[in-house]
Design a protein around this ligand. Structure first.
Ligand code: FAD
Length: 571
């Protein structure tokens, strides 16, 4: 992958690996989730030489599997975690209004009330506090009180049984994988070298045998290893943190406890509402999150000790979510409504005293530690507060750089991400862009919502090769050009990088993107020089990956996928 300006070009992987092996870095970041991408951007924009290695794909861990909310977290208010809520709300408004308005969008939520006398003042006071904690930017409107009639007008899907009214409030939502990618690309634009499918497999110590001065890294595509030399290493490995600490032979002051959270995806028409919803459950809360022409509904919160890379949702997880949703819906959701399911792992910080608490009660605040000179690590936190986490871990990592190398304070609060600058003018020109490029207006809107002011780079590909203007899957706006762009600008190396994270067909399409896999394989293969055999293997790998989900959801869907496998691999 070439890191040429703001481009992550998967066609020049050798160039990137060569830079890792030969250049000297100030900071090496391990992990390309939102925390690692944020740390790379924070350090690079302070003028430091930065490398980032990610063992799989950018955002392939927790950072593509969240509830996709940029929020203060109403329920943390109830847990009296005021600091977390305050910081998160300020970050939310900064992202919505300045840093990434193309990616982070306000979304209305209904909070249905069922106990007339006690609940309204209680929730109302919480929301008044929530609103008051916002920064001065006010990225989203104030909350409002609704009567039961008003609530049913916004959400006819709610059962009127016991419904006493609702509160309407605002938070924000994001495509978490795309956001992580935008942060990594912005880091590259500031000079960071970003390498995916490269694992840190050991640390290198300096002459004193103590200070960490780099890491051995392995190219997961070839098995080839090189040494990356850096003045400090920053560990942002999410639920892999304990393993990285072990690999480095260090004892950090905290451990990471994994908590699995599952979401289901259902068609928009299955729940008639024009706002998202948050409802109480016995243990926590359940969100109905509007997602294009789908709803994302979740989540669960259970301890996990299995596979970190592909945590498996179970039938029980799905039934729990359906049960919790159906307590408030007039027309119950059934298994037949579920078109996708995904699971992610919360990297919760468990310091010794808190270890026995249930995971719902563990704080979502982050912890930074420097267990040995030259190595700083961070875990916990939330997607919403990644910028503060990144700042804190970089501060800790460079603290002992010495007075001759003073490092400036973080500047990311001032820095819009790639695609954000000049957005208002480009949005206003959407109609003209549609005419100029001979595409539908909704295609332009779709691209603006994903690439911001860089949308014309994708449209240029369509102009050069109109075949790339075809949609990848019926009923979805993703274009062939977005696959090509994913390779040449966004570092996509494999079919699943495109179907699971550069686009979200994995969770949005009823067939999990199975039918689109062949076309994705063809476009990627042309750019990356794949043989027929390699292309077939890539497609097969993706279809194998989704097979477990398909089986979990419905026998019928698995049969569809099976038919597509045969066609796609033969093609
Ligand atoms: C179900 C669920 C819902 C959530 N919802 C929200 C929400 O709505 N809003 C919110 O703000 N937060 C939410 N969160 C929390 C948020 O998603 C996480 O805090 C955040 O994504 C964690 O990012 P990370 O970068 O720390 O970890 P990850 O995204 O997991 O990144 C760690 C990366 O390190 C890489 N890595 C590991 N070992 C190595 C190695 N040796 N070498 C190189 N790379 C390595 C991994 O491959 C991985 O990509 C949710 C979490 C879950 C699970």
């Amino acid at each position: 992958m070439t890191n040429n300006g703001c481009v992550l070009d998967a066609r020049d992987r050798e160039g990137t690996l060569g830079r890792l092996a030969t250049e000297r870095f100030d900071v090496l970041v391990i992990g390309g989730g939102i925390t690692g991408a944020g740390a790379a951007l924070d350090a690079a924009s302070r003028g430091l030489r930065v490398a980032l290695v990610e063992a799989r794909d950018l955002a392939s861990g927790t950072s593509s599997r969240s509830s996709k909310l940029i929020h203060g977290g109403l329920r943390y208010l109830e847990q009296l975690d005021f600091k977390l809520v305050y910081e998160a709300l300020r970050e939310r408004d900064l992202l919505v209004s300045k840093l990434a308005p193309h990616l982070v969008k306000p979304v209305p939520f209904l909070f249905p009330l069922y106990r007339k006398v006690v609940e309204r003042p209680y929730v109302g006071a919480g929301l008044a506090l929530y609103d008051a904690m916002e920064g001065t930017r006010r990225g989203v409107p104030h909350h409002r009180h609704l009567s039961a009639r008003g609530a049913l007008k916004r959400a006819p899907a709610l059962s009127s049984d016991r419904l006493a009214g609702a509160m309407l409030y605002y938070d924000a939502q994001v495509d978490d994988a795309r956001y992580t990618l935008a942060v990594a690309r912005t880091a590259a634009a500031h000079g960071a070298v970003v390498a995916t499918r490269v694992s840190a497999v050991g640390v290198v110590r300096g002459g004193d045998g103590v200070r960490v001065t780099g890491a051995r890294v392995r190219d997961e595509e070839t098995g080839h290893e090189v040494t990356v030399t850096a003045d400090c290493v920053v560990v942002c490995a999410g639920v892999w943190t304990d393993l990285v600490h072990e690999m480095a032979g260090v004892h950090a002051g905290y451990r990471v406890r994994m908590s699995k959270g599952v979401h289901i995806v259902v068609p928009r028409e299955a729940v008639d509402a024009d706002a998202g919803m948050i409802v109480r459950t016995e243990k926590s809360v359940l969100f109905f999150i509007p997602w294009g022409n789908r709803w994302i509904v979740g989540t669960t919160d259970t301890d996990w000790s299995g596979d970190r890379a592909e945590p498996a949702p179970t039938e029980e997880d799905i039934d729990y979510i359906l049960g919790a949703a159906n307590r408030v819906l007039a027309r119950p959701l059934t298994r037949a409504d579920v078109i996708a399911v995904y699971a992610g792992l919360r990297p919760l910080v468990a310091v010794a005293a808190k270890e026995s608490k249930p995971t719902t009660k563990l704080s979502r605040e982050h912890v930074v530690d420097v267990p040995v000179p030259g190595l700083a690590s961070i875990a916990g936190g939330k997607f919403t507060t990644y910028r503060l986490m990144a700042r804190d871990v970089v501060d800790a990592a460079v603290a002992d750089f010495g007075s001759d190398r003073s490092v400036p304070a973080s500047v990311t609060e001032q820095m819009p991400l790639l695609g954000a600058d000049g957005l208002a003018a480009v949005r206003a020109s959407a109609g003209r862009l549609a005419e100029d490029y001979h595409v539908d207006r909704d295609v332009v809107e779709h691209l603006l919502g994903r690439y911001g002011t860089l949308a014309d780079e994708v449209l240029d590909l369509v102009r050069a090769d109109p075949v790339l203007g075809r949609p990848l899957a019926p009923g979805h706006l993703y274009l062939g050009a977005e696959v090509a762009y994913a390779v040449t600008h966004e570092g996509a190396l494999h079919v699943d990088d495109v179907l699971r994270r550069r686009t979200r067909l994995f969770i949005e399409a009823a067939d999990s993107g199975a039918a689109a896999a062949a076309e994705v394989g063809v476009i990627m293969g042309r750019l990356l020089g794949w043989s027929r055999r390699r292309r077939a293997a890539e497609i097969r790998r993706y279809l194998d990956l989704i097979a477990a989900e398909q089986t979990l959801l419905a026998d019928g869907a698995a049969v569809v996928a099976g038919a597509v496998v045969a066609g796609a691999v033969a093609g």
